[in-house]
Design a protein around this ligand. Structure first.
Ligand code: NOJ
Length: 554
């Protein structure tokens, strides 16, 4: 296969004001990235030591999942103190060192902000419980008396995303059953009442705290959940999880959330450099998602419609067109994502039959999954806009689908009664070396067991192997930087292609993706830059194998 990797490096993305329009952003899940102190749990020292890997890989920014003080009822998405680092991850000094080192390497840092709910160990919530009904602190959360003669029934019929009712009854200071409080997720994650000015003030102050620390932006957890419909109305039936993503729920995607993000945008504007807000907003349509990225709100929103799309040309084309069309009127970049810490990795999703959703417990056909995953990544990185990578996907890691139930820590596994909750499978600590304790993750063990043979997928094993997935990612990101036609933009031009093949052009560039299980014969659109698998070029065309994407200079 001929590959031509051309041209001088693009200007340092840190000097560009609109860097986020085409940024490739790498998600670090701190528990599972690198363990600096050998206790089996990833930490900030580990992340700091491994930043050069991310620089080599060629990403623009790093998004860190939560590292704040937390009892870890939901792996850190239950924050007890938004201005402190959990001792298991290190100290504020370590966070400062990560931010400084990242900047020195030309990497930006985006931190996770969790504004929908706190931990039940948060000082406000603890005091609210202690002070009992009538405490002004209770107004910062959603406390309500129960229904029924003795208040024994929850205030409404909402169900938690993690299973079971979205309400938990408290015990009054005198030991008698008391009010209920709302938690859309685990009971250890009480929802804030965003109608309360103290909550709004507090989060603007938290934003400033981290902006002062030098972060380049925030990934906003459950950005669609902060405002609840007035009166907390009943939904009227069970199995509400099935409605998520299809219907507007009284606790999700309420119009009132947008005012909050407009006020946050003002806070960011007080700071030098282009700091960004990224919405984790699960909405029914890409058009609703676009509301979060209007010019005076956030900068980007995750494209979960794309993440949920199967490996098939027609379906992909529809989502790609729909995403670009939805973002165009608001002037925001489209974003693309295939994996994160909440879903089965795409190497395993694509190894299984289509239509099983994003929470799988079956390994499927590993070789097929990897081939498609590599092809899907090259396709994604060729699309106009910004892309998100999840740690370990550059190694082609599959989900660990056979974790024994007793080692699983995901609260949704334990609460969801089989509805989903297989998120531990994508959170297994990643392998850095072929041998050694926890394959170089740390000097000790690893908080979730790594499978045998994990070392063969390590950074060490793949470095320098031209056929490895890691080298494919490195070349793809280098090529993306050097090709003016890749990255930002809001349009692409589709070309005619056989059924099951996606072919499009951008300025000086073309991409062809064969999503079928058969080799297809095509006219080569230009000079081959890179391909996700072996490609046969001949004078009169190209044989593009099954599940393979190729990039061309035109
Ligand atoms: C979305 C996060 O990505 C997920 O991991 C978490 O469980 C929920 N929000 C609740 O914070």
């Amino acid at each position: 296969m001929t590959q031509h990797l051309a041209a001088p490096a693009a200007p340092d993305s840190r000097t560009r004001t609109d860097w986020w329009r085409d940024a490739v952003i790498y998600q670090v899940y701190p528990r599972s990235f690198a363990d600096g102190n050998g206790d089996g749990m990833g930490d900030l020292k580990g992340i700091r030591a491994r930043l050069p890997h991310l620089e080599d890989l060629g990403v623009d920014a790093v998004w860190l999942s939560p590292f704040y003080a937390s009892p870890q009822a939901d792996a850190g998405y239950d924050v007890a103190d938004y201005r402190a680092i959990d001792p298991m991850f290190g100290t504020l000094h370590d966070a400062d060192a990560v931010i400084r080192d990242a900047h020195a390497l030309g990497l930006r840092i985006i931190v996770d902000l969790v504004p929908n709910h706190s931990s039940d160990r948060h000082d406000w919530f603890q005091r609210a419980l202690k002070e009992g009904p009538g405490s002004p602190l209770r107004e910062r959360y959603h406390f309500r008396p129960g229904k029924g003669p003795d208040g024994e029934l929850p205030p409404n019929d909402w169900e938690s995303i993690f299973g079971g009712p979205a309400w938990t009854r408290t015990t009054d200071p005198d030991g008698t059953p008391g009010e209920w409080y709302l938690h859309l997720f685990a009971p250890e994650q009480p929802d804030f009442n965003w109608e309360h000015p103290a909550v709004r003030d507090e989060f603007r102050s938290i934003l400033r705290f981290w902006l002062d620390m030098g972060v380049d932006g925030f990934r906003v957890d459950v950005a669609h959940g902060l405002v609840k419909a007035e009166g907390l109305p009943d939904i009227g039936h069970h199995d509400q999880l099935k409605l998520l993503g299809n219907d507007t729920m009284p606790f999700f995607d309420q119009d009132g959330v947008h005012e909050i993000y407009r006020s946050w945008r003002h806070v960011l504007a007080e700071y030098a450099g282009e700091r960004v807000l990224v919405a984790e907003a699960w909405t029914p349509t890409v058009e609703r998602t676009a509301h979060y990225v209007r010019p005076d709100e956030m900068h980007q929103a995750f494209n979960f419609q794309y993440l949920g799309t199967h490996w098939g040309a027609a379906e992909l084309r529809e989502v790609i067109d729909g995403s670009l069309a939805a973002m165009r009127p608001v002037g925001a970049p489209a974003t693309w994502v295939l994996s994160n810490h909440d879903v089965t990795r795409h190497a395993t999703r694509f190894a299984n039959p289509a239509g099983l959703g994003t929470q799988l417990r079956t390994p499927g056909d590993r070789a097929l999954g990897l081939r498609r995953a590599r092809a899907a990544t090259l396709l994604m990185l060729a699309l106009p806009g910004s892309a998100y990578l999840y740690q370990g996907e550059e190694l082609g890691l599959p989900d660990v689908t056979d974790l024994p139930d007793e080692v699983r820590q995901d609260p949704s596994f334990h609460r969801a009664q089989g509805q989903d909750g297989f998120r531990d499978g994508c959170r297994v600590p990643i392998p850095w070396t072929v041998e050694g304790p926890s394959y170089g993750f740390g000097a000790g063990g690893s908080w979730l067991p790594q499978p045998d043979g994990w070392g063969e997928l390590s950074v060490e094993a793949q470095t320098g192997d031209p056929h490895s997935t890691l080298e494919l990612y490195r070349k793809a990101l280098q090529t993306r930087r050097n090709q003016p036609g890749l990255g930002a933009g809001d349009a692409l031009e589709w070309a005619d292609a056989p059924e099951g093949v996606l072919a499009f052009r951008r300025e000086g560039f073309a991409c062809t993706a064969n999503t079928t299980g058969e080799t297809v014969r095509l006219t080569a659109p230009g000079e081959l830059l890179l391909a996700s698998g072996p490609v046969d070029l001949s004078a009169d065309g190209v044989d593009l194998p099954a599940d393979t994407t190729a990039w061309w200079a035109v």
